[in-house]
Design a protein around this ligand. Structure first.
Ligand SMILES: Cc1cc2nc3c(=O)[nH]c(=O)nc-3n(C[C@H](O)[C@H](O)[C@H](O)COP(=O)(O)OP(=O)(O)OC[C@H]3O[C@@H](n4cnc5c(N)ncnc54)[C@H](O)[C@@H]3O)c2cc1C
Length: 412
């Protein structure tokens, strides 16, 4: 086993910590209350007397801070196992609340209307994104030493080479440890540079995947299979695209059409319905004959993006960065939340090892690199070939998404 593989295996263990955690920190602050921030806050609750999670959005409804929230989200094995680890019983509670449990028998795949292999090694749950986030937020709110509050973080404060807190509008909130979970557009690198530290090098690989998503009413028991994936254009040549039909909470179908470059999944309600009926096999294509709930929501994902904190020469102590703020991946593989969960697990290992907190958290960033490298390799392998390569390899991507080892919490 390589060093990276053995590190990955250690991070992936979803059991209780080997040594009961000790609360050595007074206050820990997390910037961002989305999936990465919520999972990280749960980890920090074992190591700090108080954990304050700050988000600029009002979290009660659809929100600007998570523009992808109208798109389909599936939870892969690693994400589900780690949610279960931090919130025992989570998966059962999610299913009881309406999430679709994805099992081999409940997944059907087609290539140009021809049925292919059923099943999935790595998918666990399907649901809408706001539903998942709200469930996790509620679980976290039940942890007594965690507080979630509203506010825009506008900077970090420092004492010498140590992060000493965050600036929330006009108020300075002191902290013994700060975690940035503010997503792809994180400003923390700029704040570090302005304070004389290194700004992490950013690597981008263009992706250009287009999504178009709609919700339809679902009659209970209407289709016994919970999740269908269909790829079109692979055997006929030309632009290829694909669709995912997911049962989600609230007796609804979520239909996602996606494609690369020249393949535009269509932005209107009429496009959505026509294409479902024309391109996709029954019973799934015919879901579009049901009542559409709301309008089609589109999304374009421009690029995979990673910020390599591990490579920074000058980093302050008492700072970690997790989730999309560290790396965000082509969403077709559904790795983002699982990667964030594994990064939270890496933070748990780092803090449990009683590190010297007055030096930069390099051991955490080294572990994070292993997690990010693995997901990055899967997400960028086709994207690096450019749009043409991306379009032609869509079918492989969809299959890759289903069998990806990383997201199944394994590493070669
Ligand atoms: C179209 C699409 C589909 C996807 N599908 C899947 C999927 O199926 N499965 C999966 O696992 N992943 C998926 N992902 C990825 C997933 O959405 C993210 O990886 C995941 O949400 C983790 O993000 P995060 O918490 O790091 O950041 P984000 O979700 O971007 O959240 C950042 C948070 O920080 C807050 N914030 C930002 N700046 C500040 C500030 N200055 N002060 C206070 N708060 C701030 C924001 O309001 C927001 O709440 C998908 C992504 C996209 C784009």
């Amino acid at each position: 086993m390589t060093k990276a593989a053995s590190m990955f295996a250690t991070i992936g263990v979803a059991g209780p910590p080997a040594v009961p955690p000790v609360r050595r920190l007074g206050t820990a602050v997390v910037i961002g209350a989305s999936m990465a921030g919520l999972l990280t806050a749960r980890v920090l609750a074992d190591h700090a007397e108080t954990v304050l999670v700050v988000d600029r959005d009002d979290l009660s409804g659809p929100r600007k801070g998570v523009p992808q929230s109208g798109q389909a989200h599936v939870l892969l094995a690693a994400g589900a196992e780690h949610l279960e680890r931090w919130f025992p019983g989570f998966v059962e509670r999610a299913v009881a609340a309406g999430a679709c449990r994805v099992t081999t028998a409940r997944v059907q795949i087609w290539d140009d209307r021809v049925p292919r292999a059923n099943g999935s090694e790595v998918l666990r749950l399907a649901m809408t994104r706001p539903f998942l986030e709200e469930l996790v937020r509620r679980e976290l709110q039940a942890v007594p030493n965690v507080k979630i509050s509203n506010g825009r973080v506008s900077g970090l404060t420092f004492e010498g080479a140590v992060v000493s807190g965050v600036q929330i509008e006009d108020v300075c909130e002191p902290a013994d440890f700060v975690v940035d979970a503010s997503g792809r557009s994180s400003k923390v690198g700029d704040w570090l540079e302005a304070a004389g530290f290194s700004k992490p090098p950013m690597v981008r690989v263009a992706s250009g995947v287009n999504y178009s998503t709609a919700l339809f009413r679902r009659e209970p028991g209407e289709v016994p299979i919970g999740l269908g994936m269909a790829v079109t254009g692979t055997t006929r040549g030309g632009a290829s695209g694909g669709a995912i039909f997911m049962t989600v909470e609230g007796d609804r179908w979520m239909v996602v059409q996606g494609g690369y470059g020249a393949f535009r999944p269509g932005a209107t309600n009429q496009d959505m319905v026509e294409r479902c009926l024309k391109e996709y096999p029954a019973p799934f294509g015919r879901v579009a004959e049901n009542e559409m709930l709301g309008d089609v929501v589109t999304y374009r994902f421009p690029d995979n993006r990673r910020r390599d904190y591990w490579a920074c020469e000058r980093l302050p102590a008492r700072l970690a960065v997790v989730g999309d703020a560290a790396a965000s991946f082509n969403p077709i593989y559904g790795q983002g939340i699982s990667s964030a969960a594994l990064q939270a697990a890496a933070l748990s290992i780092y803090l449990s090892a009683d590190p010297d907190l007055d030096v930069p958290a390099r051991e955490f960033f080294r572990m994070q690199k292993v997690v990010v490298d693995a997901a990055w390799a899967i997400a960028t392998s086709g994207d690096a070939a450019g749009d043409a390569g991306a379009a032609s390899s869509l079918a492989d991507r969809v299959r890759g998404w289903l069998v990806g080892r990383v997201v199944a919490n394994r590493h070669a």
